[in-house]
Design a protein around this ligand. Structure first.
Ligand code: FES
Length: 142
């Protein structure tokens, strides 16, 4: 079923809610899991093992210590908070759309690889971490 067809089956109100999830202001509903944005991040990923396999293709990502570590579409490593800057749910992932961005599944916020918000869900930048590759060791740090 095409997206447009799916939205039509939901009716106008539901389609509006899907397309514009935060027009009335997002609220933290009951059961919305939140986490603190990670601080003091400094750890190393061994790319000679399973983590290396999981990050072998452009667009791949893994999550460690509430940090999303991705190989972007150019093949470079980038890292961002798994915890969204909007309402702190740990739902940020790397997605391949728009040349590779970070996106939160909770309300649909999108962020450039430098953390800049890309839509109107939030104006708060996503926390970005540095990466440094030394052989098979990928350091992720602030
Ligand atoms: S918590 Fe709202 S978009 Fe991420």
């Amino acid at each position: 079923m095409e997206r447009k067809e799916f939205l039509r089956t939901l009716g106008a109100g539901a389609a509006f809610a899907v397309a514009f999830p935060c027009v009335q202001g997002c609220t933290k509903g009951p059961g919305l899991e939140t986490e603190p944005v990670p601080t003091g991040v400094d750890f190393t990923i061994d790319l000679s093992g399973p983590d290396g396999d999981a990050l072998s293709g452009n667009g791949d990502f893994i999550i460690r210590n509430y940090v999303v570590i991705a190989r972007n579409l150019a093949g470079d490593f980038v890292a961002a908070s798994q915890v969204c800057s909007h309402q702190q749910t740990p739902e940020v992932r790397f997605v391949e759309s728009q040349g590779g961005i970070f996106q939160c599944a909770t309300h649909g916020s999108q962020f450039a690889q430098d953390g800049t918000p890309l839509n109107s869900v939030t104006s708060n930048p996503l926390k970005i971490f540095q990466t440094a590759l030394n052989g098979d060791q990928l350091r992720v740090f602030e």
